[in-house]
Design a protein around this ligand. Structure first.
Ligand code: UDP
Length: 239
């Protein structure tokens, strides 16, 4: 598969065209940003870890019947994916209070929910990715009613599968962010990535944070945390 022109460069990834219009190459960078790009840095080795982790978790989800954009890993940092039209919603699933949920509702982190919550943010940097209701997303024609219903169903199934897998690794899945896209025929598939950049992952025994919050909150040991979470994944191969 031949890598052609750079189509898009985001905060953590570059996307290239290929000789097939339905396929793209994603290249993962070590760059990290937080707070809508205000905080910037690099996390050595992150691109390789996020690429491999995301691919293995997506393969596991495919095996559980959830369609994804993944085609195949090309190298340490590069993966071939199906081209999709990204639905501009961040789909956030939470099992335990943390981050913006704790801030919004004035509660501490670490409260376990009886049922997971699904919420949406409108992907719009100029607006700071505001929280959005399903009705407003439909009013803005970001997605149809049936697409939103399917996305919610997939998000909850993904939560179930990921929670089960991370439990085997001695890791608690606190919350995570998903993005979905449409194939050319309109099929909804999971896109973007699943990694320590997009999930909160706490050591089940000690509560230690093994995710991007170490970078966001200047907790130190960022690279070590990424390496440790990857080690746990590899010790419990998801596929
Ligand atoms: N998240 C993400 N990208 C974003 C915002 C959130 O990947 O732009 C992930 C984040 O890593 C966490 C979950 O979504 O696992 C919930 O994040 P939250 O809404 O609490 O926002 P934050 O506190 O990270 O700003």
């Amino acid at each position: 598969m031949e890598k052609q022109q750079l189509l898009y460069e985001g905060k953590a990834k570059k996307v290239y065209a290929t000789d097939d219009p339905e396929l793209l190459i994603v290249s993962y960078k070590d760059d990290a940003t937080a707070f809508n790009g205000v905080k910037r840095g690099t996390i050595a080795g992150k691109g390789v870890i996020n690429n491999k982790m995301s691919n293995r978790l997506m393969r596991m989800l495919e095996n559980a019947g959830i369609p994804t954009h993944l085609v195949r890993e090309l190298s340490d940092r590069e993966t071939l994916v199906r081209q999709v039209e990204i639905i501009p919603l961040e789909v956030i699933v939470r099992n335990i209070s943390a981050g913006s949920f704790s801030q919004r509702y004035g509660v501490g982190e670490g409260i376990e929910f009886e049922y997971p919550t699904v919420e949406y943010s409108y992907k719009n940097d100029a607006l700071g990715d505001p929280l959005i209701t399903g009705d407003a997303a439909m009013a803005l024609r970001l997605a149809t009613r049936s697409e939103l219903a399917l996305i919610r169903q997939y998000a909850l199934r993904i939560d179930h599968e990921l929670t089960k897998f991370w439990q085997k690794c001695g890791v608690t899945l606190v919350d995570f962010k998903l993005e979905f896209g449409r194939l050319t025929d309109g099929t909804i598939v999971l896109a973007d990535e699943i990694s320590p950049d997009t999930c909160r992952l706490w050591d089940s025994a000690t509560g230690e944070k093994l995710d991007k919050d170490r970078f966001r909150r200047d907790l130190g040991g960022v690279e070590e945390a990424y390496r440790e979470i990857m080690r746990r994944l590899e010790a419990n191969d998801p596929v």
